[in-house]
Design a protein around this ligand. Structure first.
Ligand code: C2E
Ligand code: MG
Ligand code: MG
Length: 606
């Protein structure tokens, strides 16, 4: 009748297909045979009475030959006795008994010749009145695999392949709702200084670092723990069957896993992590949902980080009130900037060759009506988070330039240094805002220095360089603040149109017995500045020895508590007058003995 290859293997003889006889039976056989999916017709007992070519061919592919006369339930369904298989049998029997008119089910079977698992969409339809059933088997393996892959992707982080935020919450919730109530703890881990790496070495290096970190975390944790990534440099570890003491031990292991430097494109970088812990034990009974547990661990991490890098902190309820305070402050900050609650303190900058005070750095504070005088660390990051940075900086620029003009009129011609943040920088309004402040105050441009940190320019060095170049053309000096505290590539930094390098306090401050190392670091930076025609400033000079060292190593300027602490504007004239009178001479070490004492042996010999 037709020439399909499997046709000859269809021994359909019209036997007992309900009332169909002769030509009808042949027609039915032809229709079934034309169906693209493997199809069988069963009699009311489940015996196969008809198979089509697709069934025969597909069976051959899998090394199977189930032919008419065979029992469908034992031979086909019985190949995989699983819950789906049992449902399939039950529903087919109902179909045969006339209790339903159709059924369909997805079921998976092990591939028979090493082909991996297969999925079929099995569909049964009752035909005729005697209880015959047509069953089609559509291979949906490709679709199922694609769906599985996309559902896996939806639950995992593409970079590290760890569970992502949504999946982590799912897993934590599942653990929290176990009927046997095991102790559950969560570690919230944030990499210290990750932004610096990302900003200065590029996102690809940052990505590679995250992959290496995730591998080390997997190594450091136990088999029953789950390591996931929330995003950025934030990892969460779900510690199953683990109280906060156990979690603290685990946190220590995670930190130990970061001690060995990371190898990144030929560089060796050491980075630590701050870790917060929250668990279902110890004062945290309230936290029964995963979102609360993770948030509490996050708060503990925040406290750990605020206490200094590389620490571990277990959540306690007082942390929540501290977070509420921050929220409250953020809400009040806008009014504080617009109103008159911000104040500037000024820290003298001394030219080392002459010992005279030539400039001031303006440092912002918030005179809060209830909380007192707040340092910048309490609110400058909040301003950045709440998009208030440009407003804050404009206020600082206006006030500081106005103050410089006032001092000038009083016979104190000082250069004013103002800090600019990364956010303001990337907003692209820096040049205009600086120009506006200079115009409003009447301060000559060469009496203003803008200070930028190396990381703030690293995000978009090209645009940064363009803005800085425009500033310098107008006569405003540019200074790189906190030099040596990040990971910036030196070639990138010296390419910036800046005229002053401020050497970070961490390089200037030397631990007892390590003066030689501090000296070597300062000497290197001063040499670099010289080579590029820049001047240098030693920040955070706290002792006479450090001051002597900065002088001997050729720094142009110094600034630090040893010279003067930041102070309100009204105290500056008296401080300047006292210095000029010699009542508060610059505590320079001029005699040879104390100079060599200050420098230590390394400088003496170098
Ligand atoms: P910075 O620009 O590096 O300012 C120097 C900081 O070091 C000041 O802290 C100053 O008080 C402190 N300092 C100076 N000498 C010494 C010393 O000898 N020893 C020690 N331990 N510290 C010393 P402050 O005022 O708390 O400011 C901290 C940071 O806040 C500043 O670091 C700057 O990055 C930021 N900041 C301050 N004012 C502003 C501002 O108006 N705008 C922006 N965007 N950031 C600001
Ligand atoms: Mg500064
Ligand atoms: Mg600094």
């Amino acid at each position: 009748m037709h020439g399909r290859q499997g046709r000859a293997e269809l021994p359909f003889d019209g036997r007992d297909l309900g009332a169909a006889q002769g030509r009808d039976a042949a027609l039915i056989a032809a229709v079934v045979d034309a169906l693209p999916s493997p199809t069988v017709v069963l009699d009311p007992r489940g015996v196969i009475v008809l198979v089509n070519s697709a069934w025969v061919n597909d069976g051959r592919k899998h090394g199977l030959s189930i032919r008419p006369g065979a029992d469908y339930f034992t031979e086909a369904v019985g190949l995989a006795d699983d819950p789906d298989g049992r449902t399939l049998v039950a529903e087919l029997r109902e179909l045969m008994a006339g209790e339903r008119s159709e059924m369909s089910i997805d079921r998976s079977m092990p591939g028979l010749s090493g082909t991996g698992r297969l999925w079929f969409h099995v569909q049964g339809t009752r035909v005729g009145g005697a209880g015959h059933v047509v069953v089609t088997h559509t291979d949906v393996t490709a679709r199922v695999l694609a769906e599985r892959a996309s559902s896996w992707q939806a639950r995992h982080d593409h970079l590290t392949e760890l569970p992502n935020r949504a999946h982590l919450h799912e897993l934590i919730n599942r653990e929290l709702h176990r009927p046997d109530h095991p102790a559950v703890s969560v570690l919230f881990l944030d990499v210290d200084g990750f932004k610096d790496v990302n900003d200065s070495l590029g996102h690809e290096v940052g990505d590679e670092l995250l992959r290496q970190m995730s591998a080390r975390l997997l190594e450091a944790t136990r088999a029953q723990d789950t390591v996931g990534r929330l995003g950025g440099d934030e990892f969460v570890v779900l510690c199953r069957n683990c109280d906060t003491d156990g979690a603290a031990a685990l946190a220590a292991r995670c930190q130990a896993a970061f001690v060995e430097p990371f190898e990144l494109g030929g560089r060796r970088l050491t980075l630590g992590a701050s870790i917060g812990i929250a668990g279902t034990d110890g004062g945290n009974r309230r936290s029964v949902r995963s979102t609360e547990l993770v948030r509490d661990a996050d708060l503990a991490m925040y406290a750990a980080k605020a206490a200094g890098r590389g620490r571990v902190r277990v959540f306690s309820p007082d942390l929540r009130s501290a977070a509420e305070t921050r929220m409250q402050l953020a809400a009040e900050l806008r009014d504080a900037i617009a109103g008159d609650q911000l104040v500037l303190h000024y820290q003298p900058i001394v030219q080392l060759s002459t010992g005279t005070c030539t400039g001031m750095e303006a440092l912002v504070r918030w005179q809060h009506p209830e909380r007192g005088l707040l340092p910048p660390s309490d609110f400058v990051p909040l301003a950045a988070q709440h998009d208030l940075m440009a407003e804050l900086t404009c206020w600082v620029l206006r006030t500081a330039t106005g103050q410089a003009v006032a001092w000038d009129a009083a016979g104190l011609p000082l250069v004013m240094n103002v800090n600019i943040s990364a956010e303001h920088f990337s907003a692209g309004t820096l040049t205009d805002d600086v120009a506006a402040a200079l115009e409003a105050s009447g301060l000559p441009p060469d009496r203003l220095v803008v200070e930028l940190t190396e990381t703030s320019v690293a995000e978009d060095p090209v645009s940064a360089a363009a803005q800085l170049a425009r500033l310098r053309v107008t006569g405003v000096e540019v200074s790189i603040d906190d030099f040596g505290s990040g990971f910036s590539s030196i070639s990138q930094l010296v390419a910036l149109p800046a005229g002053l390098l401020k050497i970070d306090r961490s390089l200037v401050t030397c631990a007892a017995g390590r003066a030689g190392q501090a000296a070597a670091a300062i000497e290197a930076v001063v040499g670099l500045a010289d080579a590029f025609g820049m001047r240098s400033l030693a920040e955070g000079v706290e002792t006479a020895e450090q001051l002597a060292m900065a002088t001997a190593l050729g720094c142009t300027f110094a600034q630090g508590f040893h010279i003067a602490r930041p102070m309100p504007a009204e105290d500056i004239p008296a401080w300047m007058a006292a210095r000029t009178r010699g009542a508060a001479p610059l505590p320079l070490l001029t005699d040879a003995a104390s100079l060599s004492r200050g420098l230590g042996s390394a400088v003496g010999s170098g």
